[in-house]
Design a protein around this ligand. Structure first.
Ligand code: FES
Ligand code: FES
Length: 211
């Protein structure tokens, strides 16, 4: 019995020769590809991949270029391609908030967004919050209110709090509770986080440093 027949008999349905041919095809895909267009129901649709594609991202007011496979999340691109490691990978499935960034004014779990989806949008990460050599008022408020322990969730909270205060500058305690419902802290620093948000909101109302 030939090798091909033996493999088929084991039930894979794919002979060794066929497998090697298929592998050869995938290996011949160029490493960096420009997006292509295909027609779907009369409309031109942009298709990326399967190889790496160039991506241009506007992060904290600065342009970044990278080449990534289309499957790469924004979180992975930030951490592994752009050396912006503030956003943390914890659950990697959109439940904990440790990877929160702001995209066009809205808090977003960066583990749930593809890097290529970030093109043409304004992205803010925790690295963009400091004002010169001064901490952002929220960062200071987290310190003042002892709102972190291990700190792994902290950057996600700070970014989520900024997005929250930008749209709710004068929140009630109840609104703060609900507004931060998308972030989890395994160390249980919620009391401190809520106090930090209240302090930062008060600072804004008092006309002190604004962020
Ligand atoms: S790592 Fe993205 S939500 Fe948890
Ligand atoms: S401070 Fe440890 S998980 Fe929040």
């Amino acid at each position: 019995m030939s090798d091909d027949e033996k493999v088929k008999e084991k039930g894979s349905g794919l002979s060794r020769r066929t497998f090697l041919k298929a592998s050869g095809i995938s290996l011949s895909v160029p490493l960096v590809m420009q997006p292509r267009f295909v027609k779907v129901a009369g409309a031109q649709v942009k298709v990326f991949g399967p190889g790496k594609v160039p991506v241009s991202l506007l992060i904290n007011g600065k342009k970044y270029q990278a080449t990534v496979e289309p499957r790469v999340t924004l979180l992975e691109a930030l951490r592994h391609e752009l050396d912006l490691t503030g956003a943390k990978r914890v659950c990697d499935r959109g439940t904990c908030g440790a990877c929160t960034v702001i995209i066009d004014g809205k808090p977003v779990y960066s583990c749930t967004v593809l890097a290529i989806e970030g093109e043409g949008k304004a992205i803010t990460t925790v690295e963009g919050l400091m004002q010169g050599d001064k901490l952002h008022p929220l960062q200071q408020a987290f310190i003042d209110n002892d709102a972190q322990q291990c700190g792994f969730c902290t950057q996600g909270f700070v970014v989520a709090c900024k997005a929250f205060l930008d749209t709710n500058p004068n929140p009630t305690a109840d609104q703060i509770n609900k507004g931060l419902g998308g972030n989890l802290c395994r160390c249980g620093t919620y009391v401190g986080v809520r106090a930090a948000v209240a302090q930062a909101a008060k600072g804004r109302r008092g006309g002190r440093r604004n962020g």
